[in-house]
Design a protein around this ligand. Structure first.
Ligand code: CP
Length: 311
């Protein structure tokens, strides 16, 4: 049976553990290719990828472009300000026009939850969600899973905490789905306004005391406060947030020696994580970025290059 036969990647929620593992295994093979002298493979030769980013991005946009180039695809980059969205064209019409130009893959980042699903249902081109509102960021979660597996050898049975602005975080939602599917124990931590108990319905534990859980963790994933998505103040001040939930050197010292520290970026140094911790030997933040390239190569290959070929 094929381990992957999907045109799109919109979220991890609907994927099986076998499908997620298949992406991670494919990414491991592509990471190996990246160590060769000739890093390019012909898997997407003749295909065209449009990087359509309606929200800003450094890591995701760049690594999707590099991934497509490494797979020998042609790449076009479009942003909100350079597209006719500014003239009132709808997202659907814009995407249909891109498809009419024979685009095979559309990588979409959008501020509205559901935007990628909306296009996936209307286009014959592959649609890859590069982050939609507070809903999902599947390739970020996949690269996080890949990094945990690479660093600690497994995901099953690990205790992973995600700390910070969970309410507005697409990274947190996608990580929760992926981690639970692969057998991790997940704890969410942060102020009660940003980490309400209702998240426990997803099968995770919620706590508001970071200090209490530090010694038990295998992985601590720190999130940024997403001011751009918050419509009111969720805590009294950044200083107070940092006092309770900032990962300082003292807090990091309470982690197990084997525990790793993650962050999807961009980092707000001195707010959710101290510079000394972000740059320390147990931080795998830049490994996550490196792994994003292999993971995105795997996703593009599986959705647009290898479908129907897999046994
Ligand atoms: N982690 C992440 O999505 O970063 P960018 O916004 O820079 O793509």
């Amino acid at each position: 049976m094929n381990a992957w036969n999907r045109k799109d990647l919109v979220a991890l929620e609907g994927l099986s553990a076998a499908e997620i593992t298949h992406i991670l295994d494919t990414a491991a093979a592509f990471k190996q290719v990246g160590t060769r002298n000739i890093k390019k493979v012909p898997s997407l030769r003749g295909k065209t990828l449009v990087n359509f980013f309606v929200e800003p991005s450094t890591r995701t946009r760049t690594s999707f472009e590099l991934a497509a180039v490494r797979l020998s695809a042609d790449v076009v980059n479009i942003t909100a300000t350079t597209s006719s969205l500014t003239k009132g064209e709808t997202l659907k019409d814009t995407a249909l026009n891109l498809q009419a130009l024979h685009s095979d893959i559309i990588v979409l980042r959008h501020s509205s939850a559901g935007a990628a699903q909306f296009l996936a249902e209307r286009l014959s081109a592959s649609v890859i969600n590069a982050g939609d509102g507070a809903h999902a960021h599947p390739t970020q979660a996949l690269l996080d899973l890949f990094t945990i597996r690479e660093q600690l050898g497994t995901i099953e049975g690990l205790h992973v905490a995600i700390c910070g602005d969970i309410l507005f975080s697409r990274v947190a939602r996608s990580n929760i789905h992926g981690l639970l599917k692969l057998g991790a124990k997940v704890t969410l931590v942060g102020p009660s306004t940003l980490v309400p108990k209702v998240f426990e319905r997803m099968g995770v534990t919620v706590t508001h005391k970071l200090d209490d859980i530090l010694p038990d963790l295998d992985v601590l994933n720190m999130l940024r406060i997403q001011h751009e998505r918050q419509r009111k103040e969720y805590f009294p001040s950044l200083g107070e947030y940092t006092a309770f939930f900032g990962l300082t050197k003292e807090r990091a010292a309470k982690l197990k020696p084997s525990a790793i520290i993650m962050h999807p970026g961009p980092i707000n140094r001195g707010v959710e994580i101290d510079s000394e911790v972000a740059d320390s030997g147990r931080s795998v933040i830049l490994d996550q970025v490196t792994n994003g390239l292999a993971v995105r190569m795997a996703v593009l290959y599986l959705c647009a290059g290898a479908r129907g070929e897999l046994k």
